[in-house]
Design a protein around this ligand. Structure first.
Ligand code: C2O
Ligand code: CU
Length: 470
């Protein structure tokens, strides 16, 4: 960490710490809802760093970071007039929603980028309950890093019985010593060819330290969202008993007990947690980071326990109701496609196709491309594959690079196939360096859909393609 201002205190051997006063704003966050049908993006200020530092100049939705929590009922329609008061063209992408293609917010694919001063009317229905989020899809590596993101929560008709439902949206900022966004490193090829833009200041709901006062045996639903450009969060939970009930918005068949989890860029996890820490103690959501000197741990959200909700824990949680995602067809006869991921620092790639011809690595890098999917470093003008509506397709990915990637498919959820095992529905999958991963999905949503790495420097640097569902 290279910023001078004080970081969150490091947890010592799991001992409870007292968090500094003055960070208490996060508790009121979940009450903040978009009351207006306008979603305005513009320049503003946000208090990301401690009070003795200046506010940070950000770009934000609704004048706050994160943007307003949008809550809608499952099956309902969402309408927002996006107003672009940014100094750049932009769009809004509704990440993870099995959306009408025209509303997917991808410039040059589903719409033109909204010019400076322009507007665009988003209007779509939400077929699935769960935890989603929204962010720009133009120059995402800059616009996301400047603070443009917000939670989109689709409520079940019959929600689980919890005392509190809280959104925790995690971000990783690269700040200068006066707490401003590090501008000089936008577009830095070193980041693009390595792990992406990794920051030095982590926030939860826009705060360096967030706190949610809690009661012993209180039950929370925590909706974790990773809005960072490139950081994978490694998280643990202390002073609580927890279950994962949904990933990327989609319910698991059965709640899974959880103590540690990883959350790649754009991924979400819905947890049910029972606070087990006693009165006067504190429960924590803790981030673990590998550094040269070993592992660094620090609380990113504290749950100070100030009372008792009930005598004992509630009964173990029930699964959330499943969403109407079509079941996979016969996998043995399903169409199979391969996706080769190449390039990046310490990779083997010699070059790739770009602009219709082969380019050597150094010429590619000169054009801002350092990665390739199936030997192509630019966004093809024709689809990588065209699928027939309703067909089940399997995609075998091979990560032939020295870096992990967070592979994201638009407009659909897929399942990972591990041998004979079929994993949970997801929209973003971490594929480790050198690893292979096979996914399967039903191509039931017509339109043109991106498939890309959500480490947004990687997608800008070549890890982006698209498929068509006819
Ligand atoms: Cu979160 Cu292509 O998107
Ligand atoms: Cu990547």
């Amino acid at each position: 960490m290279n910023v001078a201002f004080t970081r969150r205190r490091v947890l010592q051997g799991g001992a409870a710490i007292a968090l500094a006063a003055g960070f208490g704003n996060a508790a009121g966050f979940s009450a903040a809802q978009a009351a207006s049908p306008i979603l305005r993006a513009g320049e503003g200020l946000a208090r990301l760093a401690p009070g003795d530092y200046p506010e940070t100049r950000v770009w934000s939705y609704g004048d706050r970071v994160p943007g307003p929590v949008i809550r809608v009922g499952q099956g309902e329609r969402l309408t927002r007039r996006f107003v672009n008061d940014l100094p750049q063209p932009s769009t809004v992408h509704w990440h993870g929603v099995r959306i009408d293609n025209a509303m997917d917010g991808v410039p040059g694919v589903t719409q033109e980028a909204v010019p400076v001063g322009g507007t665009f009317d988003y209007d779509f229905t939400l077929p699935d309950a769960g935890t989603y989020w929204y962010h720009p899809h133009n120059r995402t590596w800059e616009q996301l890093a400047r603070g443009l993101y917000g939670p989109l929560i689709v409520e079940e008709a019959d929600p689980p019985d919890v005392d509190r439902d809280e959104v925790l949206i995690l971000d990783d900022w690269r700040l200068t010593e006066d707490a401003q966004i590090h501008e000089d490193s936008f577009g830095a090829m070193h980041d693009w060819s390595h792990a992406g833009r990794i920051g030095n200041w982590i926030t939860v709901n826009g705060k360096g330290e967030s706190r949610l006062p809690a009661k012993r045996f209180e039950r929370f639903r925590l909706r974790l969202i990773n809005a960072a450009n490139a950081r994978i969060f490694y998280l643990s939970l202390e002073g609580m008993k927890a279950w994962t009930v949904a990933l990327d918005g989609q319910p698991l068949d059965a709640p899974q007990p959880v103590e540690r989890l990883s959350l790649g860029p754009a991924q979400r996890a819905d947890l049910i947690v029972d606070i087990t820490a006693g009165e006067g103690e504190e429960a924590f959501l803790t981030s673990h980071e590998q550094t040269r000197d070993g592992e660094e741990r620090f609380a990113i959200t504290g749950f100070p326990v100030t009372g008792v909700a009930r005598d004992q824990s509630l009964a173990d949680p029930q699964p959330l109701p499943a969403n109407p995602v079509p079941a996979l067809g016969d996998l043995s006869s399903a169409r199979r496609e391969g996706l080769q991921m190449e390039g990046g620092a310490m990779g083997r790639m010699q070059g790739a196709m770009m602009g219709g011809g082969f380019m050597a690595m150094r010429d590619l890098a000169g054009a801002g491309k350092v990665w390739a999917l199936n030997g192509r470093a630019d966004m093809p003008d024709t689809p990588w594959i065209t699928l027939t509506r309703g067909e089940t397709v399997r995609i075998a990915m091979k990560n032939d690079t020295a870096w992990p990637h967070a592979m994201h498919l638009h407009g659909h959820h897929f399942r990972q196939m591990v041998g004979a095992d079929i994993g949970p529905l997801r929209d973003t999958l971490l594929v480790g360096q050198g690893e292979s991963a096979e996914i399967a999905f039903v191509a039931d949503n017509p339109g043109d859909w991106l498939f890309h790495c959500h480490m947004v420097e990687h997608s800008a640097g070549g890890m982006m393609t698209w498929l068509r569902v006819d």
